[in-house]
Ligand binder design. Sequence first.
Ligand SMILES: C[S@@+](CC[C@H](N)C(=O)[O-])C[C@H]1O[C@@H](n2cnc3c(N)ncnc32)[C@H](O)[C@@H]1O
Length: 255
Amino acid sequence: MKNRYSRKSILCSEKYYGRGFHSPGGYEVLDLLFKTLELDNIENVLEVGSGLGATTHYFNKYFGAQVIGLDLSQDMVDICKERQTSDESKKVEFIQGDLRFTEFNKNHFDLIWTRETLLYIPENERKKVWNNFYSFLKPGGTLAILEWCRERESVPDEVVEYRKTSNHHDQYPHELLSDLGNSGFTIFLFKDLTNLYVQILKDGLNILQKMENEFKKDFTVEEFKALVERVELKIRAFTRRDFIMTLVKAKKYNN
Ligand SMILES: C[S@@+](CC[C@H](N)C(=O)[O-])C[C@H]1O[C@@H](n2cnc3c(N)ncnc32)[C@H](O)[C@@H]1O
């Protein structure tokens, strides 16, 4: 799997997402997500696809947990490490690795969290990923996922092209839920957050457009235009429900 992010493109998107994020909505959305997930007694967390680390640090602040952030992109991991204080690095560790092949201790984590990352995993490789997650979790541990899914096969050309260029393999929610069930998980919560996601994309776009001049101090006009066009396409696609955004909470009960 190719890493599609360069350091420059990471920092360019961060201007839109907010410091430490590589997905929209910032801390307001994190607060909402973790209130909805109703998690407690969380001591060890694995974040898979940790991006620029804001959520990874959030787990330490929110739960007081020991956290590992795993990401494929060496640049993402380097930026996280550069920004970390030595105190923070005792509680929050960033590791470069591919989620399909990175091993952790069995029965170790209370929570595995992943957001907008699993859609990069092709269908024939998902089963191994679910089995790994299951084995890394403690009995009673939780897998929580915020992920792009699809609702139908027929979508406009711009979405077909977007999927291809972004290397996305979004799946149907019923496939996701049955894959999790087949790997031993019990589903606790399934929520369609598409409307909320459209709203946060729009709010982010408004902010981005207001900071056009500031943005152009560090990036080119073309980079600004490309970012705006990408966000506008996402807004159209999620509004039409070519993509949907789903939140899942699943638990491991057995050993
Ligand atoms: C859209 S970003 C989301 C980042 C973060 N979850 C957030 O919400 O800010 C997707 C992240 O997944 C990472 N990623 C993609 N494929 C991966 C893989 N096979 N293993 C680990 N990380 C991966 C990318 O490098 C990127 O940082």
